[in-house]
Design a protein around this ligand. Structure first.
Ligand SMILES: C[S@@+](CC[C@H](N)C(=O)[O-])C[C@H]1O[C@@H](n2cnc3c(N)ncnc32)[C@H](O)[C@@H]1O
Length: 392
């Protein structure tokens, strides 16, 4: 067993020279190693090294955005995977001057995005995703680091009290706007498009879809049944439902704000209904009103308003399905993604992720009766489908 630093280094170098293909890895094995390596790093680093790493980490995203804007990733993509480029070739194909290019390349090397050998630069395979015409490239554009960077000033001015007003969040403070985050997105196609792309990205639990655990055929079994995907974005989720159950009877309807559903094209059989969920619900007595990661964007006050609009439209056989992120009750058992999503909810919306008991409490406040909490078969603790009906 490797117990000295040099032995561990040799073992890691051997793994790097011959990494096992993804399909040969056991479930969770790589994640376990990452966790151990991160803990090892913090243990072995001198305190000033750890502090420097933390301080500089907030610059990684802006550096990637600059490189993306200059066309550095596009230049590598144009010549193909693993094809090296010289400084002169990169200079010819990118925006900006050579001083800027050299400076950004130096930073990208320290970020392990690029390697340099024999005066040639090679892009790491993962970084091809940052080129301009990819969905993951759009995701980089979607993340507005300025809101996180300004949040200490926002919170200091409010004595570190949790924000609860969606119109007075760190987002308004940092971006100098009075607009709610979603209206601010809709005001500019360059913001709305990357947001939609981000929402359409596969998620870590996509192999565990809600309709794989929920009795869809049992619940949606009549021509009169309507399934409404409220706040469904560009329809990726409802499209997956249609693909899985192409012959489901009844109607499938996608609802979202007009700016979001404008121009969206979906498989035959899915209707598009532009709708603001704070207005009265136009589809009454649907069999199912479904919301995936919609309510987590709203503090309780507005989440309850949305639930009231749904409740008013629900008939005695209507079902409400809330597919949501769920925080651990202990506060010590969350993945970084879930903990950061909670922070993002605060930054953009003054909202938060909720624990299972907080979701149930919200349903009770909205006068809705919980039928069942559906959990994915493989234990993904951070996700649940709450099924509820009207209390009459
Ligand atoms: C976090 S996204 C989730 C999108 C989709 N359900 C999914 O899981 O990928 C929240 C969605 O709520 C929509 N939304 C926000 N405000 C809305 C409103 N007032 N009426 C309808 N939809 C709204 C947004 O446009 C966005 O598509």
């Amino acid at each position: 067993m490797a117990t000295s630093i040099s032995e561990v280094t040799r073992a890691v170098e051997a793994l790097l020279a011959n990494p096992p293909p993804v399909e040969d890895r056991k479930d969770g094995e790589a994640e376990h190693l990452f966790d151990a390596m991160e803990r090892l790093r913090v243990t072995l680093e001198k305190p000033e090294q750890t502090v420097n790493r933390i301080i500089f980490s907030c610059r990684t995203l802006p550096i990637i955005k600059i490189a993306q804007g200059m066309g550095i990733f596009d230049a590598f993509a144009d010549v193909g995977l693993n094809h090296p480029l010289t400084l002169g070739q990169l200079d010819e194909q990118t925006k900006g001057d050579r001083t800027m290019l050299t400076r950004i390349l130096r930073l990208l090397i320290t970020e392990k995005v690029i390697t340099k050998s024999n005066d040639e630069y090679t892009l790491a395979p993962f970084a091809y995703q940052f080129r301009n015409d990819t969905v993951s490239g759009e995701v980089v554009k979607h993340f507005h680091a300025i809101t996180a960077i300004q949040s200490p000033n926002y919170l200091k001015a409010r004595d570190y009290m949790s924000p609860d007003d969606a119109f007075d969040a760190p987002h308004q403070f940092a971006n100098n706007t009075k607009n709610h985050y979603f209206h601010w997105l809709a005001d500019d196609e360059e913001r709305q498009r990357p947001f939609n792309a981000t929402m359409s990205l596969p998620r870590h639990d996509d192999h565990n879809q809600w309709f794989d655990i929920y009795p869809v055929r049992e619940r949606l079994n009549d021509e009169s049944h309507v399934f409404v995907d409220l706040g469904g974005g560009s329809g990726h989720d409802i499209a997956r439902l249609k693909t899985k159950f192409p012959d489901l009877p009844g109607r499938l309807v996608l609802q979202d704000l007009p700016a979001v559903v404008r121009g969206v094209s979906l498989p035959n059989g899915i209707e598009i209904n532009p709708h603001n969920m704070f207005d009265p619900q136009p589809i009454k007595d649907a069999r199912a009103y479904y919301m995936r990661t919609v309510l987590h964007d709203w503090p309780d006050k507005q989440a309850l308003e949305v639930l009231s609009r749904v409740r008013e439209a629900m008939g005695k056989d209507s079902i409400l399905l809330i597919n949501e992120n769920v925080l651990s009750e202990s506060g010590a058992d969350d993945t970084p993604v879930v903990a950061h999503t909670d922070f993002t909810m605060m930054l953009n919306f003054s909202s938060r992720e909720r624990t299972e008991s907080e979701w149930i409490e919200l349903l009770q406040k909205a006068d809705l009766k919980l039928i069942k909490v559906w959990r994915p078969r493989v234990t993904i603790k951070s996700r649940a489908l709450f099924e509820a009906m009207r209390v009459d």
